[in-house]
Design a protein around this ligand. Structure first.
Ligand SMILES: C[S@@+](CC[C@H](N)C(=O)[O-])C[C@H]1O[C@@H](n2cnc3c(N)ncnc32)[C@H](O)[C@@H]1O
Length: 236
């Protein structure tokens, strides 16, 4: 029998109270996992189509045969596991600021966890993705062929005010230093395509696109959508 509601973990983190819970969602007739940070819903396993599309659309734009991927924001792990399905991926580094989130995967509390942590290509790193992007790449690190980012709600709505600088032209240029030649940056957003943000993307990257990803929403009974922004570095 499925419990109607179960709190799997609760931790006080530098970003607030973090809760992982599993519950039965009657609208979808399925068990779901959801993450709350304070009073905000951070992620639900009910909606994963666009998280998977972030990896699929980002990696589809990569033309190299071997791909080192960096994912910003582990969450429930759907973007990371989708990236591992691409056989060209030789390494996958996932940065998450919350040790608790990484711990949920290492403790196999989440449905995607075993595919992620048992894959030898995966490294889970507890750090601030935005601080890593602000810093110059280490001289002995060649950079990434793809950087897939899903931390904030959108380029305009951040989880934390310290993230805002990444979504400026200078912030995107700083991130670009971490891409190898022909590398790709892809970004998930809860908001519709954003013309002002596209101007910033085009200032730094080539072949910019804003893909609208639609999915059935069993809670509203309608169709919802997210956006995946993609851009290719000018380095050749
Ligand atoms: C919406 S979830 C990511 C969902 C993920 N795409 C998936 O498929 O499940 C956002 C994640 O970003 C993490 N996060 C928040 N601030 C961060 C930061 N400054 N650096 C790295 N990760 C951060 C949160 O802990 C959370 O795990």
């Amino acid at each position: 029998m499925i419990a109607r509601f179960e709190e799997l973990d609760w931790q006080l983190t530098p970003m607030g109270d973090l809760t992982l819970r599993r519950r039965f969602e009657p609208a979808a007739s399925q068990e779901i996992y959801e993450v709350k940070l304070g009073d905000e819903y951070l992620m639900s396993s009910l909606f994963t189509v666009a998280e998977v599309a972030l990896a699929d659309l980002g990696l589809a734009a990569v033309t190299t045969e071997k791909i080192d991927v960096l994912v910003g924001g582990l969450g429930l792990g759907y973007t990371a596991v989708a990236a591992l399905r691409d056989p060209r991926v030789t390494s996958l580094t996932v940065i998450d600021r919350l040790a608790a989130v990484i711990g949920w995967h290492e403790r196999m509390l989440l449905p995607a966890a075993s595919d992620l942590v048992t894959d030898a290509r995966t490294s889970l790193v507890c750090d601030d993705f935005f601080a890593v992007m602000r810093a110059a790449p280490a001289p002995d690190h060649a950079g990434y062929d793809a950087i897939l980012l899903d931390v904030d709600h959108s380029p305009r709505h951040q989880l934390d005010a310290t993230h805002a600088d990444l979504y400026t032209v200078n912030g995107l240029r700083a991130l670009d230093r971490h891409l190898r030649p022909r590398g790709v940056f892809a970004l998930w957003s809860d908001d519709p395509p954003d013309a002002e943000f596209m101007v910033k993307m085009r200032a730094v990257f080539d072949d910019c696109a804003a893909h609208v990803v639609e999915f059935d929403n069993p809670v509203t009974g309608g169709v919802s959508s997210n956006t995946v922004f993609v851009g290719v570095t000018r380095k050749r």
